[in-house]
Design a protein around this ligand. Structure first.
Ligand SMILES: *[C@@H]1O[C@H](CO)[C@@H](O)[C@H](O)[C@H]1NC(C)=O
Length: 271
């Protein structure tokens, strides 16, 4: 955690001092506000949280994202759940393209996440809101997803946080929806039941025979949140059994290690 913060802090400082030079070289169109929320925040630390138009490095099209601007940097939100006003019962195409309301419940879309995480180095932060008002979090270094041919395969590195590590056992698995099966069950045997699909209702997730996390399942209100095998779950020892969280947020921040190494450390006296 400490080294992570240090890394991103150092890089933000470097970026601030050199943004103008980079922009001059690339001749970006004025229709977008940055490559991602981390860059927007490092250029303007006073920029408020909200919807921004971004154009990731090496990507043709611009798209909108919600930026969570925090003191530790700008985070691009990938997923947010806080109620059932937006259905997460969606097919492959919808999970690929994204859906919902960026200001509220939404899924940004796997092809956008792929396009962002192709370049740079990213940290994933998962915030989990409990029914008794706490927020637990999990941080993963080196987050990225593969391209569509790989099933948007999940890659997560080292864990840190206080929510427990539920995502590590899904590392390396593709995404599954009701119409696309990458969960590795052929079948999976739980007790004396054979499961062919981990997708329980019509949600999508990086199921791994089936694994410990799923945050796109059916949302359950307080008081009715225990006992569901679907739900929004993060099965670690930090949560009661069959507990569906009250809300979740998944967001990523770029660390730009490679970018900095390539553009600044070589030929400059950084260290
Ligand atoms: C996915 O869902 C959308 C919206 O309901 C629908 O228009 C589309 O045809 C579906 N795609 C497939 C492949 O079923």
């Amino acid at each position: 955690m400490k080294s992570l913060v240090l890394c991103c802090g150092l890089i933000s400082a470097l970026l601030l001092s050199s943004t103008a030079q980079v922009e001059g070289q690339s001749g970006q169109s004025p229709s977008h506000q940055g490559t991602d929320c981390t860059q927007i925040h490092s250029r303007n630390p006073a920029a408020p949280s909200g919807v921004y138009v971004i154009k990731p490095v090496g990507v043709k099209n611009t798209f909108q994202v919600y930026c969570e601007m925090q003191t530790d940097g700008g985070w691009t939100v990938l997923q947010r759940r806080s109620g059932r006003d937006v259905s997460f019962h969606r097919n492959w195409t919808e999970y690929k393209d994204g859906f919902g309301d960026l200001m509220q419940n939404h899924w940004l879309g796997l092809s956008k996440v792929f396009s962002m995480t192709q370049k740079k180095t990213w940290t994933l932060r998962v915030d989990l809101y409990t029914h008794d008002g706490r927020t637990l979090y999990a941080l993963y270094k080196n987050f990225r997803v593969g391209d569509e041919t790989s099933g948007f395969k999940l890659h997560v590195g080292e864990y840190d946080g206080n929510a427990g590590d539920a995502l590590q056992d899904q590392n390396g698995y593709g995404f599954s929806t009701s119409d696309r099966d990458n969960d590795g069950c052929s079948p999976c045997i739980f007790g004396d039941i054979a499961w062919y699909k981990c997708v329980g209702s019509k949600e999508g997730w990086w199921y791994s025979q089936c694994g410990s996390a799923s945050l796109n399942g059916d949302w359950h209100a307080s008081g009715d949140h225990i006992g569901w095998s679907s739900g929004l779950y993060w099965r670690t020892d930090k949560f009661p059994k069959l507990y569906s969280v009250k809300g979740s947020k998944m967001m990523i921040k770029s660390c730009l290690k490679n970018f900095v190494a390539k553009h600044f450390i070589r030929g400059h006296t950084v260290v």
